[in-house]
Design a protein around this ligand. Structure first.
Ligand code: GLU
Length: 309
C-alpha cells in the first residue's frame, strides 16, 4: 500500500479515539447542531493520488475557508488594486474584532478576518446583483472541484443572517469609512451565503489543488492564478489563515492553512499536496481542535512542513 494511505488511516483511527473534541460554534445556531464525533480527512497529492479517511465524503459548512476562494476570484478581477481596500498583515485579534478597524480607518488588516473578507466580497459584488455574484462564486467552486453538486446550505445562511449582528456592525463601520461600495445588506447577504457553501473534505482538497501546483488546475491544465499569485495566497494563509492562532498553526503544522468555524481546515503543502480535514469542535480561537492535531500528525509523518530543511 502507498505510504500516504497508511498515514491517513492511522491518523483517522487516532483522532476518532480522542475525547478532547473542542466546542462547536454556537453563535451560528445551525452550526451548534453538528455532531462533534465527526471526523474527515482527504489528501490529494500532486501526482493525483487521493487518500481519504473517516467522514471524508460528508458535506459540512466551509465557512471561512470560502475566503481563500473569494480572494482568488477577486484578485483575478481586480489584481493588486484589491490591496487598496484590505491589508496583508496578521491581525493578532479574533476573527470578528472591530477595534483595529477604528485605528486603521476602516481598512481591514487582511482578507481572512471577517472585515477583510467582507471588503473582498463587496468588490466581487460591484456591478452585479447579489444573486449573480453568489452564482459566480459557487460556479468557481464547482469548476475548481470539478463537481457541479456543490451547493449552499440555505438553513446555515439564514441562521447566520438572523444572528450575524457582529458582521453587520463590521460592515456598517467599514461603509462609514467608504470602504464598501454596495448596500451593506447586499454585501452581508453574499458573504453569509458563500460562508454557507457545503463541501466534503474530498471536494475541498480537490478544489484547492491549484494552490499546491503553482496555480494550475490539474484537470484542464488551465492557470487559475499565476505561480506568483499562488505563492502569495499561500503566504497569506500561513500568516493570517487561523486568525490569532496563526502563529501556533505555523509552529505546529508548518503549512499554509485556512480554518472555518464549521470545523474544516484547508492546508496546502506546496508542490506536494492539497489537504482538507474536518472535525466540528473548535479551540478557543475558533479553529478546529482535532483538525489541527490531525494536520500536525500528517506533516510530521510525511515530512511536509515548509520549514523542513
Ligand atoms: N461566517 C462566519 C462568520 O462570519 C465565518 C467565521 C469563520 O469561519 O471563522 O462569523
Amino acid at each position: 500500500m502507498f505510504k500516504l494511505d497508511d498515514v491517513v488511516a492511522e491518523i483517522t483511527d487516532a483522532v476518532k479515539q480522542r475525547s478532547d473534541r473542542g466546542e462547536v460554534a454556537s453563535y451560528i445556531p445551525e452550526l451548534a447542531r453538528v455532531d462533534t464525533s465527526a471526523f474527515g480527512i482527504a489528501v490529494v497529492d500532486v501526482a493525483g493520488n487521493v487518500a481519504v479517511g473517516g467522514d471524508s465524503e460528508t458535506p459540512f459548512s466551509i465557512q471561512s475557508i470560502s475566503k481563500v476562494f473569494t480572494l482568488t476570484l477577486a484578485l483575478g478581477k481586480f489584481g493588486d488594486r484589491l490591496w487598496r481596500r484590505v491589508g496583508r498583515e496578521p491581525s493578532g485579534s479574533p476573527f470578528n474584532s472591530i477595534v483595529q478597524l477604528e485605528r486603521e480607518q476602516g481598512i481591514p488588516r487582511n482578507p481572512f478576518i471577517n472585515a477583510g473578507a467582507l471588503a473582498v466580497t463587496d468588490l466581487i459584488l460591484s456591478g452585479h446583483q447579489p444573486r449573480e455574484a453568489l452564482g459566480e462564486i459557487l460556479r468557481f467552486m464547482q469548476f475548481l472541484a470539478d463537481d457541479s453538486s456543490i451547493t449552499i446550505d440555505q438553513a446555515v445562511a439564514a441562521s447566520e443572517h438572523r444572528t450575524g449582528f457582529r458582521n453587520a456592525a463590521l460592515a456598517n463601520y467599514m461603509k462609514s469609512f467608504g470602504v464598501l461600495d454596495n448596500p451593506v445588506d447586499f454585501t452581508l447577504g453574499v458573504y453569509f451565503h458563500h460562508c454557507a457553501i457545503s463541501m466534503s473534505c474530498r471536494q475541498l482538497a480537490m478544489a484547492a489543488q491549484f494552490l499546491a501546483r503553482d496555480g494550475k488546475h490539474p484537470l484542464t491544465g488551465m492557470s487559475v492564478v499565476t505561480p506568483e499569485r499562488a505563492r502569495r495566497i499561500n503566504a497569506l494563509m500561513l500568516t493570517c489563515g487561523h486568525y490569532d492562532g496563526s502563529g501556533e498553526f505555523a509552529y505546529r503544522v508548518g503549512l499554509p492553512g485556512k480554518s472555518g468555524v464549521g470545523g474544516g481546515i484547508l492546508a496546502i503543502a506546496p508542490g506536494k499536496a492539497s489537504i482538507a480535514v474536518w472535525s466540528p469542535g473548535l479551540d478557543t480561537n475558533g479553529n478546529s481542535h482535532l483538525g489541527r492535531i490531525a494536520l500536525e500528525m500528517l506533516t510530521k509523518q510525511m515530512g511536509w512542513s515548509i520549514f523542513r530543511a
